[in-house]
Design a protein around this ligand. Structure first.
Ligand code: ZN
Length: 267
């Protein structure tokens, strides 16, 4: 079993092209696993290949609400990627009305960016249900619409609909709505320098929390402003324990178990 799992990183992004192998070598040395998260078809394919080639690396395949450009989510095409058992989740998918208004899709003539995001997300939620996989969700300034979609699938499919709210940035009231639907919350290195997440981290049940880096973005405090890497997930776990005022080893162990369970990860 690994020491830590970074459940959300973008190892197949170009930011790691120069030294990806060396970086993953370091992860192996420190026994840190990661889920390499795809944001469009090409990137998801790369993540799947990366997972195939490396022990302790898993992948998530999906279409990001804004980073995916103007791609339409085609379940039939993405389905091929899930033939690889190391592709463990559908996403990064979701709704982002904050960046959506400034993104390429805001120029679409046929539909507005919200409709486009909702359509792509709905298709991915349906694929996740069909494949019986968890969703890896990105949501910004769109909690109301996202919850409405999740609630309707939850009504028809119960706990088969499951997943994680990545980089959760909502308040406790919003957090509770997702927790009630059985969705977990994951936190990034931002928790090491911003205090906005403390209430949610303190209040959430310990079996509903996970840690991630979102590398190459948002490096934790000691590396702030530099490129982030999955090994720094240890800093996030440490800070979560501090914020909750609980024993670090205990929190580390629980977060690890939550991650293994949600994504059904096996060595
Ligand atoms: Zn991401």
């Amino acid at each position: 079993m690994p020491e830590y799992i970074d459940i959300h990183s973008h190892i197949s992004f170009p930011e790691f092209d120069e030294d990806r192998e060396a970086m993953m070598g370091q992860m192996k040395e420190k026994n840190i696993w990661a889920i390499d998260v795809g944001v469009d078809f090409d990137n998801s394919k790369k993540a799947s290949e990366n997972a195939n080639a490396n022990q302790g690396i898993f992948a998530s395949a999906g279409l990001h609400p804004t980073d995916g450009g103007i791609e339409d989510f085609d379940a039939a095409v993405y389905k091929d990627l899930f033939a690889n058992p190391k592709v463990v989740a559908v996403g990064e998918c979701g709704l982002d009305y904050f960046r959506g208004a400034q993104s390429q899709i805001s120029n679409l003539k046929t539909k507005n960016y919200k409709e486009k995001q909702i359509e792509n997300f709905t298709r991915q939620a349906e694929l996740a249900l069909e494949l019986d996989k968890p969703l890896m969700i990105h949501c910004r300034d769109a909690y109301v619409d996202l919850l409405e979609i999740l609630r309707s699938y939850s009504k028809t499919h119960g706990s088969k609909l499951r997943g994680n709210m990545h980089f959760f940035a909502g308040n406790w009231k919003e957090a509770k709505e997702f927790l009630d639907l059985g969705f977990t919350l994951s936190f990034t290195g931002v928790v090491t320098f911003a205090r906005d997440y403390d209430e949610v981290i303190k209040n959430a049940p310990i079996d509903m929390i996970m840690a991630e880096t979102d590398s190459p973005f948002v490096a934790p405090a000691p590396r702030r402003g530099k490129r982030n890497e999955p090994i720094y997930v240890a800093e996030v776990v440490k800070k979560i324990a501090q914020i909750r005022g609980e024993d670090e080893d205990k929190i580390k162990d629980r977060i690890l178990k939550n991650s293994l369970k949600m994504f059904a990860l096996k060595s």
